[in-house]
Design a protein. Structure first.
Lengths: 112, 279
């Protein structure tokens, strides 16, 4: 148990340091899916704050908003709308896609 | 068609790996195929239901119904897996002591198989509902390629099941006396990965803080988009860019299960098979 305990303590310390950078400010952004494409495909958001994405699916078929970079996945039914919280992000570029139409439904979040 | 095959394969893979591990973990236990079969069947039905009501589910809890639902069923699976490990911690040694397949089957007969059935059902439900939604989308578009796409989906399903089968037969090559500790170890990591994923859904719903969006990034080494990354994601909870809360929950789950199964292993047992102190 001792190595496990130490590992846990190290992880908690790393987490605390990472978490200390997190701000409390919140932002929101809206995007749509039409003809299996995101609009806008590139979203600029401020770094270091939580952002609420509202994704409106104008297609009649379901789509899954999927991002490994952001650790997010959410199904949005045809004609439906979904809110997805992301961040607080470090500055950088984070890809996302519609998993069911990965050839056209591509986008990224750029945190500055 | 190939894209369809890959998407269906990716989803089926996770559930198939879990079914493979559960089958190996319950090897030699009477009635396990009935329980696991029932788990798969219920999972498929529930996947259809979840896909059907995906829109309504999403709108619950101010639009966060999907996340809360996913987090709840994942935590339920974690509880079941933990219970299995703790149970094995308590009874595993006596099972290993029993000589011969018949003795083991008798000793193993009391194992709570419904626990594993629930885990299988949840795994199939989670991945299955995504497959159903995806295939529904293709069918609804109704273009001429739809039939080929569905054939591609069937191919992906078969390939996923084949990998689950390989997992099962691979585990069976482990000598019997080590098999239970091996599957138990796998199940602890499986549970920890699921708990971390559940925590991630709660972050997405803004219920839990992320505690650092990315503690590290190993996507250059092994992307969790790749098939191998996906396999490791299912088996040990590998995430290439983990958040702080995922790591915390992952290691806390391992620590809690290890502690509980250790405590259960040391607790006095009222079993006739155990030599009693002189009276």
């Amino acid at each position: 148990m001792r190595p496990l305990g130490l590992g846990l303590a190290a992880v908690l310390a790393a987490v605390f340091l990472a978490g200390a950078r997190a701000g409390a400010v919140e932002e929101s952004r809206a995007l749509t899916i039409k003809d299996h494409r995101f609009d806008p495909a590139v979203l600029e958001v401020p770094a270091g704050v939580k952002v609420k994405l509202t994704v409106r699916n104008l297609d009649s078929t379901p789509e899954e908003f999927d991002s490994h970079a952001l650790n997010r996945e959410k199904v949005i039914s045809g004609g439906g709308e979904a809110q997805i919280w992301i961040g607080p992000l470090d500055a950088g570029s984070y890809d996302f896609m519609g998993e069911y139409h990965a050839d056209t439904a591509l986008g990224k979040v750029i945190a500055k | 068609m190939l894209a369809t095959t890959i998407i269906v394969f990716r989803e089926v893979l996770e559930a198939a790996l879990i079914v493979g591990i559960v089958l190996a973990a319950s090897k030699g236990v009477a009635g396990r195929s009935v329980w696991v079969g029932a788990g798969v069947a219920c999972g498929v039905l529930a996947a259809g239901a979840v896909a059907l009501f995906a829109g309504a589910l999403s709108e619950l809890a101010q639009g966060m119904g999907q996340e809360l639902f996913n987090a709840c069923i994942l935590f339920a699976a974690v509880l079941m897996l933990s219970w299995h490990v703790v149970w094995m911690g308590r009874h595993g040694r006596e099972m290993a002591r029993e000589v011969g397949a018949v003795g083991r089957a008798v000793a193993g007969g009391a194992r709570p198989l419904y626990v594993l059935a629930v885990v299988v059902g949840i795994a199939v439900l989670r991945e299955g509902s995504e497959v159903v939604l995806f295939l529904y989308g293709i069918a609804a578009q109704g273009d001429t390629g739809a039939l080929a796409q569905l054939a591609g989906g069937a191919l992906g399903l078969a390939a996923g099941i084949a990998v689950g089968g390989a997992m099962y037969f691979g585990l069976l090559t482990i000598p019997q006396r080590h098999l239970f500790s091996a599957t138990n170890g796998l199940i602890v990591l499986l549970a920890a990965g699921m708990a971390a994923q559940a925590a991630d859904f709660l972050v997405q719903a803004d219920v839990l803080p992320a505690l650092g969006q990315q503690v590290w990034d190993t996507s250059w080494l092994l992307s969790d988009k790749s098939i191998f990354g996906r396999v490791l994601h299912t088996l040990i909870g590998y995430v290439d860019r983990p958040s702080g809360i995922q790591l915390t929950v992952y290691f806390a789950t391992i620590a809690i299960i290890a502690t509980l199964s250790k405590l259960a292993g040391h607790a006095p047992q009222n079993r006739a098979a155990r030599p009693s102190p002189a009276e």
